[in-house]
Design a protein around this ligand. Structure first.
Ligand SMILES: Nc1ncnc2c1ncn2[C@@H]1O[C@H](COP(=O)(O)OP(=O)(O)OP(=O)(O)O)[C@@H](O)[C@H]1O
Length: 230
């Protein structure tokens, strides 16, 4: 029973629910794009899966194990990682030192560096000296180094030019090909859908579309309302 399963999850923040009865499954080797207008609840949904905020009701399970009440650390031990919005590097540490923080073994550091040739070249530079795009690569590489089986990525492109972000996407694809299940929240919706197999649209906390990424790309009206939250 492999997969990360979200069942009827509701998340309450401030005045009321910001996620309502959301259900879907992430499967190994597949990327799911999570799309929706600002304030739809995308970040809150990711946070409830990784344990940053509790679910008010519903459940989340990893490979059949209920993790709804488990700590973030326990969830991480089961193979879940969450790249949070605006997540930063440790600027005083070199690229290699940043990766060693999450990699369990030395060979894993080298394997991940092989995926990121730009970082390999700067391996002994303090990350503070890297460009914004390269620093975001370090954030991504650090998550890969832990070898998570389930990876939640929130707005990896924040502060990056689309052209820089476009270079990060093949690395996400490659990681999925290694068997990870990925949930991708991204402001550049078309780029995200282009690398995803599955798509989920949320609006005002509810799922309004669930299907393949291709189905969503081929339905301009649904995609348009996904942006506007109609
Ligand atoms: N810490 C918080 N306390 C109270 N309300 C919050 C908190 N964080 C988010 N919210 C509210 O929850 C709702 C969903 O916000 P969330 O950030 O999850 O949406 P989002 O789809 O990720 O938005 P964006 O695309 O703008 O990042 C919004 O109405 C927001 O104001």
């Amino acid at each position: 029973m492999s997969g990360l399963r979200v069942q009827d999850v509701t998340v309450t923040r401030g005045a009321g629910p910001v996620i309502r009865d959301v259900a879907f499954t992430l499967e190994p080797g597949r990327i799911t794009a999570l799309v929706g207008p600002n304030g739809a609840g995308k970040t809150s949904l990711l946070e409830s899966i990784s344990g940053v905020v509790p679910a008010a009701s519903g459940s989340v399970s990893i490979d059949g194990t209920d993790i709804t009440k488990q700590s973030r650390v326990a969830r991480a031990k089961l193979g879940l990682a969450h790249i949070e919005q605006g997540r930063a590097v440790f600027p005083g540490l070199t690229v290699v030192e940043n990766l060693k923080l999450t990699a369990r073994t030395w060979p894993r550091v080298e394997e991940v560096l092989a995926l990121f040739p730009e970082l390999e070249k700067r391996r002994n530079s303090p990350t503070a000296l890297l460009s914004g795009g390269e620093q975001q690569m370090v954030v991504l590489a650090r998550a890969f180094a832990a070898r998570p089986r389930y990876l939640l990525i929130d707005e990896m492109s924040l502060g990056l030019a689309p052209v820089v972000f476009t270079r990060l996407l093949p690395m996400v694809t490659r990681f999925a090909e290694e068997g990870a299940a990925i949930l991708l929240v991204e402001q550049f919706t078309h780029l995200a859908l282009g690398v995803s197999q599955d798509a989920l649209v949320v609006s005002s906390g509810r799922v309004t579309f669930q299907g393949t990424a291709k189905e969503l790309l081929d339905a301009p009206e649904t995609l348009h309302s996904a942006y506007l939250g109609e």
